[in-house]
Design a protein around this ligand. Structure first.
Ligand code: ZN
Length: 439
């Protein structure tokens, strides 16, 4: 963890001193610190989707745009942001919200630069496949929001496969093998390694990156809390990413950051109701919100409440569970959105039915829960109390304590760290369907 000023200073120093090797460079950047595109101009969504799901339970009205991207692979939802006396012309920035199932990974490509925010799920290789399909060889910057296995998942492989210039972590360490392997791969590579905090800024080509969170690490055992959150600005267009940060963290961002305005917001924690605080959404004032979640995921992400909140505010909503990979292309003045699949997000199209939503109960202050887990919630092995854990098959008082001592777990499979739990018991636990890792 280093001091912000030092971080920025050292970075500049490195770049100037070492001449260039660093793939990041401080080039002339258009002067864009006006938070220009604050006006909300919801995309003109002409519809016409043959296969758009139209389950309308009444929440998608109020003048809410249809949330219907158009035909596959063409640029629909052409959104024009009113002109500013702009800037020199920028080459296109493409922001790929990659469909990586119940995980996160977003790729930025512009002007020969490549940035990756989060690295997908550890059990898959879809991030690598996607990067390869986009012709990626060098990655200027990899940012990992937090150490959970659905965010840091494929980092080890990424470090071994690509020429990575710099890696950012949030400064929280995890005991899981996934994290330990990834950290080792980063440290053994030639990449610079940084742990920035709120207020730190960096420019990669014409892209301005500002760290919104964390300010200081919370010390909370819940790894989502300190998710490294960014506001990225390209010309007049801004994007925000908050990993799995919670509502209280979003409120902290409002108080720390100069501005949290963004045209396009990635909804925190896969659209869970643990994130997207109403005051935060209001401040960000996005035209478009995008979440990453797996179709029919067991967490019930995104939450129907969050979907309603966003749509009732007139914000166009996309989700990777419905739309597949979503690509935003911007020249710094306007943007287009292209989706792999057609579809419409509605509160009832979400995982609502399964109801396994969210950060499960019991903070460390022991709030909540009467010991018998409701069928509406999964029991997070990273968050639940000992009493709650005992509802999981094969977990009694002793193992419950062992689970607590060995947190965090990247996945249910990591329960093998617990004495007496092996693959077949994990299979039972999975079959029982109560336990989860908190997403
Ligand atoms: Zn997550």
């Amino acid at each position: 963890m280093q001091k912000k000023t030092i971080f920025v200073f050292i970075f500049v120093l490195l770049l100037t001193a070492c001449g260039q090797d660093a793939s990041l460079s401080h080039e002339d950047v258009p002067n864009n610190d006006t938070n220009a595109a604050a006006e909300t101009h919801p995309p003109s969504t002409e519809s016409g989707n043959a296969n758009a799901a139209t389950a309308d339970d009444g929440n998608a009205e109020n003048g809410t745009p249809d949330n219907e991207p158009e035909g596959k692979n063409d640029f629909s939802n052409d959104t024009s942001v009113p002109d500013k006396e702009t800037t020199e012309s920028l080459s296109d920035l493409k922001v790929h919200y990659i469909d990586v199932d119940q995980a996160d990974a977003t790729l930025f490509q512009f002007d020969g630069k490549t940035i990756l925010y989060d690295a997908g799920d550890w059990k898959r290789n879809d991030v690598i496949q996607y990067l390869d399909s986009m012709g990626v060889i060098d990655i200027d910057l990899v940012v990992i929001s937090h150490p959970h296995a659905d965010h840091i998942g494929q980092l080890t492989e990424i470090m071994h496969t690509y020429n990575v210039g710099e890696v950012w972590f949030n400064g929280v360490e995890a005991s899981s093998q996934t994290f330990q392997n990834a950290l080792k791969a980063v440290l053994e590579s030639d990449a610079d390694f940084e742990e920035p905090s709120s207020g730190d800024e960096m420019q990669v080509g014409a892209l301005d990156i500002e760290v919104l969170h964390p300010d200081v690490l919370s010390g909370d055992s819940d790894l989502n809390r300190d998710s490294l959150s960014l506001r990225l600005t390209y010309g007049d267009i801004s994007f925000i990413f908050t990993g799995d940060a919670y509502k209280e963290d979003e409120r902290a961002m409002i108080s720390h950051a100069e501005s949290v305005q963004a045209d396009i917001l990635q909804l925190g924690h896969h659209g869970s109701k643990t994130s997207s605080d109403a005051s935060f959404i209001k401040k960000v004032n996005p035209e478009v919100a995008i979440y990453s979640a797996g179709a029919d995921n067991s967490y019930g992400h995104p939450s129907p409440e969050t979907v309603s909140l966003i749509q009732d505010a007139g914000i166009t909503l996309y989700g990777t569970d419905v739309h597949g990979t979503i690509i935003v292309t911007t020249d710094g003045q306007t943007y287009d959105i292209q989706t792999k699949e057609d579809g419409t997000v509605t509160p009832s199209s979400t995982g609502a039915a399964s109801g396994n939503e969210g950060k499960n109960t019991s903070g460390k202050d022991g709030a909540t829960s009467n010991g018998s887990p409701s069928s509406n919630h999964c029991i997070s092995i990273n968050d639940a109390s000992a009493e709650e854990l005992e509802a999981i098959i094969h977990i009694g008082p002793v193992r419950a304590q062992d689970v607590i001592d060995r947190r965090p777990f990247d996945s249910l499979s990591d329960l093998t760290k617990v004495k007496g739990i092996g693959p077949s018991r994990i299979a039972d636990i999975e079959e029982q369907g109560l336990a989860c890792t908190g997403g």
